[in-house]
Design a protein around this ligand. Structure first.
Ligand SMILES: [Zn+2]
Length: 437
């Protein structure tokens, strides 16, 4: 294997940055507080809850003008290389790498500073983009690189045809022996996360629907065993109760969808709520049900396939999980033609309207809880002394307006690892508002 060890493109800045006159959402609280933050190197050095509480000689002073300072968003179900409207499997790898780099920038431009890969569209796209981002050559969030979606013949992601050979997005296998080799290969290539497709989906009606479990238990057992042996994270596509139970039994910490959970699987998730995070990707179900007409799935078809029903059932399941204290996280399955990158925070509105989450619960899930799933609960997702300086500044109060992230002009500053991705801007909306009053 070729390992592209490159020198870093950027050096850590030495001048501290002092944010003053900001309202702070710290990642956990249910309210904003007035305060100040000092960033030194790549970390938050100090957080004060009062004006003038930080004295920092020689620091660059940023007067936020009352804007909100909060942790960068953490997307725990990110397909950085998924794109549209082309058939993704048919895009040559060279073009696909460039598209992935563009999308990495779109994602951080919208305030997401860390993301967990949920399936790479080609074997090494995730690995290469992660390396390029980490080396500082390509703008993008911190990223955990994932395998392609690993699926069985006839499972979700297998759209091959018998009469001619072509590959698609997924990596196919049958039997524990093949899977053992595949997971080892991807560990060798350098993935951080292994993705297994445990259940079917409404997207492939007729050959493996959402209520069917596609991957056999001996396959799940060996795939998870190798991943654990090599200290990799795992995530899975699991809609129905059987697949959810398998995910818990075999320690797959990130469970995607879980929309059709029954009482028994709800109990199991509750009993293991400190070990698992559920990411329903409700925005994808919503968009497929109602907004995918231009891409060949008119609402009548989506309804026939079961998406309307799935949306209602999924919303009910997530309400129950939330009530039971299971961490349910936003984002997921953006990057399809009808869910383009940059629109991920539509999930905030879905969580509020369909799942009944309160705004601070949504933002907490998108920051502090996302950091837990990322494996950096003690370093990411909070505005707290000692934590990594991944911060965004917003022109407004996100607890009152969950749409703020959808307008790039509202995101006044984006910082990752103590470096500006977007240098601080003046509060345009506030100025406009004052002028209008
Ligand atoms: Zn996905």
């Amino acid at each position: 294997m070729m390992k592209a060890d490159q020198p870093k493109a950027t050096a850590t800045r030495s001048q501290p940055i002092h944010f003053r006159n900001v309202k702070i959402f710290d990642g956990l609280s249910d309210k904003l507080f007035d305060g100040e933050v000092l960033v030194q190197g790549n970390r938050i050095k100090e957080v004060s809850r009062k004006a003038g509480g930080i004295q920092a000689k020689g620091a660059e002073v940023i007067d936020g003008g009352g804007a909100t300072l909060m942790p960068g968003l953490i997307n725990t179900h990110c397909h950085m290389s998924y794109c549209g409207p082309q058939n993704m499997g048919h895009i040559p790898v060279e073009e696909h790498m460039m598209i992935t780099a563009r999308q990495a920038k779109v994602i951080i431009d919208h305030g997401t500073t860390a993301a967990i890969g949920a399936g790479s569209a080609k074997p090494r796209l995730d690995i290469v983009i992660r390396n390029e981002i980490n080396a500082g050559y390509t703008p993008g969030p911190r990223y955990l690189a994932c395998t392609p979606e690993i699926t069985v013949t006839g499972g979700l992601g297998d759209s091959r045809q018998l009469h001619f050979y072509h590959n698609e997005l997924a990596h196919y296998f049958d039997g524990p022996h093949e899977l053992r080799r595949i997971v080892r290969e991807y560990c060798r290539e350098g993935v951080d996360v292994v993705k297994l497709m445990l259940s079917g989906d409404h997207l492939i009606p007729g050959f493996c629907d959402a209520d069917q479990t596609a991957m056999d238990e001996d396959e799940v057992a060996i795939g998870t065993h190798i991943a654990h042996q090599r200290s990799r994270k795992l995530n899975c596509h699991a809609r129905n109760p059987e697949s959810i139970k398998r995910a818990v039994k075999y320690g797959i910490h990130l469970i995607y969808h879980a929309t059709l959970a029954d009482e028994e699987s709800l109990d199991l998730l509750e009993a293991n709520k400190d070990k698992h995070w559920v990411v329903p990707a409700i925005g994808f179900t919503y968009a497929t049900a109602y907004e995918a007409g231009d891409f060949g799935i008119p609402p009548e078809t989506a309804e026939k396939w079961g998406f309307v029903d799935e949306l209602a059932k999924g919303a009910e399941t997530m309400k129950k999980l939330h009530k039971r204290g299971v961490r349910v996280l936003p984002f997921g399955d953006y990057g399809f033609p009808w869910t383009p990158h940059g629109t991920e925070t539509r999930d905030f509105e879905h969580f509020q309207k369909m799942l009944g989450f309160k705004p601070h619960e949504i933002l907490r899930a998108a920051t502090a809880y996302g950091a837990e799933a990322f494996g950096k609960a003690n370093e990411l997702g909070q505005v707290k002394a000692g934590y990594l300086a991944d911060l965004v500044m917003l022109d407004g109060n996100p607890l009152q307006d969950l749409t703020l992230f959808r307008d790039q002009a509202t995101i006044l500053m984006i910082m990752k690892d103590g470096q500006y991705h977007k240098a601080p801007q003046a509060r345009r909306k506030a100025v406009q508002r004052q002028a209008a009053e």
